[in-house]
Design a protein around this ligand. Structure first.
Ligand SMILES: *[C@@H]1O[C@H](CO)[C@@H](O)[C@H](O)[C@H]1NC(C)=O
Ligand SMILES: *[C@@H]1O[C@H](CO)[C@@H](O)[C@H](O)[C@H]1NC(C)=O
Ligand SMILES: *[C@@H]1O[C@H](CO)[C@@H](O)[C@H](O)[C@H]1NC(C)=O
Length: 404
């Protein structure tokens, strides 16, 4: 009898364990909270002298000696990563304190794009001034990087010295070399991306601070001329960058820069330039399945559809979203799978692009909005666990940040 009882007890506890495994709290996304947390992430990545309103208590001033080859002040901006998770092998992780202009500029352009299109949402959730700060932290740095009209710093810091150092950015004491592009060593992709950043941010700041916005636009125009006149790939000038953030063509950045200048100025010279580059570099022949710093095609097509309005562009972006939603490889629970690195960021970028496409005329908007929401909700925990630190059910509890 007692044996049977024991067996039942064991069975019963196995059952409860199983039920426990299948139990998931109801998923109710709180996008407001997520937006707030995502801006805190940018803040934790800040380099340079932190302002008194810094909200990350465990961060302090760092890399105050960052300088250009002629002693220019290059403090500020964002660290690429304060840990390089991709290269954690056998519990040994490499830390990266490099500041990369190419990816920093792309990130800030996309952030600005979001603010331009969804300013109301930022205001409604009380994060408008915070997102302006996040953008300005980058633009202030890029103003320093743009040392003269035809000179732009593309990287500060070095991987090999970073890898030899194990500590907080606040305690770094290694030399941090700076690398730049100029007329003899051009990089149209880097200069074009920085121009796009300045144009998009100048639109963001137009209603906030007119003189700052005008200043940003001046940098945008100078960098556009530099990118266009002196052609080249930045990774051939700054070879270290290739290993991490390669750029395989500059046709997309020239088009991107022209389109953002058109958005900032409404001067049709720039939309004509954009169409010219789009043809010159055969961009329509590229069929993208992703949207990131080295593959901007769909972003170009969205801006072209918005500014020029031809069917060619709206057909292309419709196809992009249909393909992403219907045919793209996914994980078993439905996350888009583009790459093993940055899987979530690829999915989020595509969701953003398709939200923009949903706003174009004659699009199956509901399908694209549902698709974007599905991808974002996956990241927030709809399929079992949240991937956003500090948010939702079963989020990652021990994220590593070398500043902590
Ligand atoms: C740099 O920091 C490390 C560890 O904090 C220390 O051992 C080393 O002596 C420092 N080097 C210099 C040049 O200050
Ligand atoms: C506008 O931006 C400039 C540059 O950052 C700053 O010096 C100035 O105080 C700002 N003006 C206002 C009204 O915020
Ligand atoms: C674009 O395509 C044309 C025709 O196929 C080719 O001649 C040209 O070299 C291509 N341009 C670029 C930048 O790839």
């Amino acid at each position: 009898m007692s044996k049977i009882k024991t067996i039942f007890t064991i069975l019963f506890s196995l059952l409860t364990i199983n039920v426990g495994c299948f139990y998931l709290p109801e998923f109710k996304p709180n996008y407001k909270e997520v937006l707030k947390l995502s801006l805190l992430f940018y803040e934790s990545q800040r380099s340079g002298k932190l302002p008194s309103n810094n909200r990350i208590k465990w961060r302090g001033d760092s890399a105050l000696e960052d300088k250009g080859v002629n002693g220019e002040d290059l403090t500020g901006g964002y660290y690429d990563a304060v840990i390089d998770l991709y290269r954690c092998v056998m519990m040994i992780c490499l830390v990266i304190f490099v500041k990369f202009s190419f990816t920093m500029a792309f990130t800030t352009t996309i952030l600005s794009w979001g603010v331009i299109e969804y300013k109301d949402a930022y205001e409604e959730v009380g994060q408008y001034s915070q997102v302006l700060d996040a953008i300005k932290w980058s633009t202030d740095y890029f103003i320093k990087c743009h040392a003269s009209p035809k000179e732009l710093y593309g990287q500060v810091g070095d991987f090999s010295t970073d890898h030899a150092f194990w500590g907080r950015p606040e305690e770094m004491n290694m030399t941090r070399p700076a690398y730049k592009i100029d007329v003899d060593h051009p990089g149209s992709d880097l200069a074009g991306e920085a121009s796009a950043l300045f144009s998009s941010a100048s639109v963001v700041f137009r209603d906030v601070n007119k003189s700052y916005s005008t200043k940003l636009l001046k940098h945008a125009i100078e960098l556009y001329d530099f990118a266009n006149t002196y052609r080249g790939l930045y990774q051939e000038v700054i070879p270290g960058a290739k290993q991490y953030y390669e750029s395989t063509s500059y046709g997309d950045e020239l088009t991107w820069a022209a389109l953002w200048l058109f958005k900032a100025t409404q001067d049709s010279k720039y939309s004509k330039d954009a169409e010219k580059y789009y043809r010159e570099f055969n961009i329509s022949q590229e069929i993208p399945n992703s949207f990131f710093y080295n593959k901007k095609v769909v972003g170009l097509q969205i801006l072209l559809a918005e500014s020029i309005g031809s069917d060619e562009y709206s057909d292309a972006v419709g196809q992009f979203c249909d393909n992403s939603a219907d045919n793209q490889l996914r994980t078993p629970k439905g996350l888009l799978y583009i790459d093993k690195f940055g899987t979530l960021s690829h999915a989020a970028n595509i969701a953003f692009a398709c939200l923009r496409v949903a706003d174009l005329p004659q699009m199956p908007s509901e399908k694209y909005i549902d698709f974007a929401k599905e991808q974002i909700d996956y990241i927030l925990g709809a399929k079992g666990r949240s991937f956003v630190v500090g948010y939702g059910y079963n989020f990652p509890k021990r994220p590593y940040h070398s500043a902590r």
